[in-house]
Design a binder for this molecule. Structure first.
Ligand SMILES: [Zn+2]
Length: 416
């Protein structure tokens, strides 16, 4: 790939830096995998030049399941498919993720250690995809949410052991099930599952090894159990109450609202092939989730973008939908959405990405227009840069001419 070594220059209209800063009408220069300059420095000789109405840092999806691809019966796939079949799906989803402008993801639970091995294959350059921070298998109580592919654990010692197993397998974060969920038959989303004592033991073990901990938590009690036990992020959080918001803010934890997961199930409805209980549970939660989450935002909660990609009709290429819902349902501005999907997500994942500033790792997405009024431009990136390399370029960009002739000339030169 000649693009890897070639310097890039992106002439932008608007640039969201990821920390709330917005720059207008400048040039972003990228060299040796890093942001070389941001401003009006002249374009370096031989650089690939891209003209983009808008530029944002590489997006980060803080909640995905790479083994599943939005099938109606997501959960039964873990039982009905072989690990090799799921590994191929993982690789396909990784590529689609990257082409959608997402340069890093957190995989919050799969079977075996597929996402961990995929992470290593991507890091070694064998497969194209985002950086992956993987939890390994999720940790759930016996018969708890996700039990058929998770690691069932009961009692503080067993939960601690389950954390050690994920670490041994190569996990870089840990996922606990603090309440029931939508996709497991019989699991009531509002009901607490792992106890506060169990969570405390598991979170302590994760933290001792430098790993952050995430809790699937929909019901108000389970959310508070997880927060009191020291959790770093509440996943879903749909039924959070005022006490939970206060605790979340006091502890400095984040909330990852996965709005797209709910919306896609409700939108597809009962005739789309999902079990009836899934649609019914999602509908009941969706009725109150937006209101609860808006109250959490008003109470000062820090939101991180994560879509739960892989769940029914919730595709890996469609992270844009989550960003749209954060704008529409939660009233976040474009800049707030970008920060939730870049800098704040990077802090939660403990990765060195998510900001555009001189010296930073060059993960950049060029968009066809500014998402200030709606997040739709995220659906259709013009170009995606990861670690300073141009990894995706929309083919129509060549005919609609947002790319300058110097880019074409440099491509012709480098292709001999
Ligand atoms: Zn999930």
């Amino acid at each position: 790939m000649t693009a890897k070594a070639t310097p890039l220059a992106i002439r932008f209209g608007t640039l969201y830096a990821g920390d709330g800063t917005i720059h207008r009408n400048g040039v972003l220069a990228i060299e040796d995998g890093r942001i070389a300059s941001l401003g009006d420095a002249p374009v370096a000789d031989g650089a690939i030049v891209i003209d983009a109405p808008c530029v944002v840092p590489g997006l980060i999806n803080a909640h995905v399941h790479l083994e599943v691809s939005g099938e109606a019966e997501t959960m039964s796939l873990y039982v009905l498919t072989t690990p090799v079949q799921r590994a191929f799906a993982c690789a396909d989803n990784a590529r689609k993720t990257l082409e959608a402008g997402v340069t890093a993801v957190r995989d919050l639970g799969g079977s075996e250690r597929l996402a961990i091995d995929l992470r290593d294959a991507i890091a070694a350059g064998r497969i194209v995809g985002p950086e992956i921070v993987a939890a390994g298998r999720l940790i759930t109580m016996t018969g708890g949410h996700g039990y058929f592919f998770g690691r069932e654990a009961d009692g503080p010692d067993d939960v601690r052991k389950a954390v050690r197993e994920q670490r041994k397998a190569g996990a870089r974060c840990i996922k606990f099930m603090a309440t029931g969920g939508v996709l497991t038959k019989g699991a009531v989303p509002g009901t607490s599952q792992l106890t506060e004592t169990e969570l405390r033991a598991g979170i302590d073990e994760a933290h001792r090894h430098g790993m952050k901990a995430a809790a699937h938590a929909i019901g108000a009690d389970g959310i508070k159990n997880a927060l009191r036990a020291g959790i770093d992020s509440i996943e879903h959080g749909h039924l959070i109450d005022g006490e939970g918001v206060a605790l979340l803010v006091e502890r400095g934890a984040s909330i990852v609202p996965t709005l797209a997961a709910l919306d896609r199930i409700v939108d597809a409805g009962p005739d789309a092939g999902m079990p009836a209980f899934v649609v019914e549970k999602a509908r009941r939660i969706a009725d109150v989730a937006a209101e609860n989450l808006r109250a959490a935002r008003a109470g000062g909660a820090r939101f991180v973008a994560g879509s739960d990609a892989g769940t029914p009709f919730n595709r890996h290429a469609d992270f844009a939908h989550e960003l749209e819902l954060m704008q529409r349902w939660l009233g976040m501005s474009a800049s707030e959405v970008v920060t939730a999907a870049t800098r704040d997500a990077a802090l939660l994942l403990d990765i060195d990405r998510g900001l555009i500033e001189p010296g930073a790792v060059a993960d950049v997405v060029a968009l066809p227009r500014d998402p200030d009024s709606d997040a739709r431009p995220f659906r259709d990136p013009l170009a995606v840069v990861k670690d300073g390399a141009l990894v995706y370029m929309r083919t129509t960009a060549l005919t609609t001419a947002p790319v300058s002739e110097s880019w074409i000339a440099s491509e012709m030169r480098s292709n001999g």
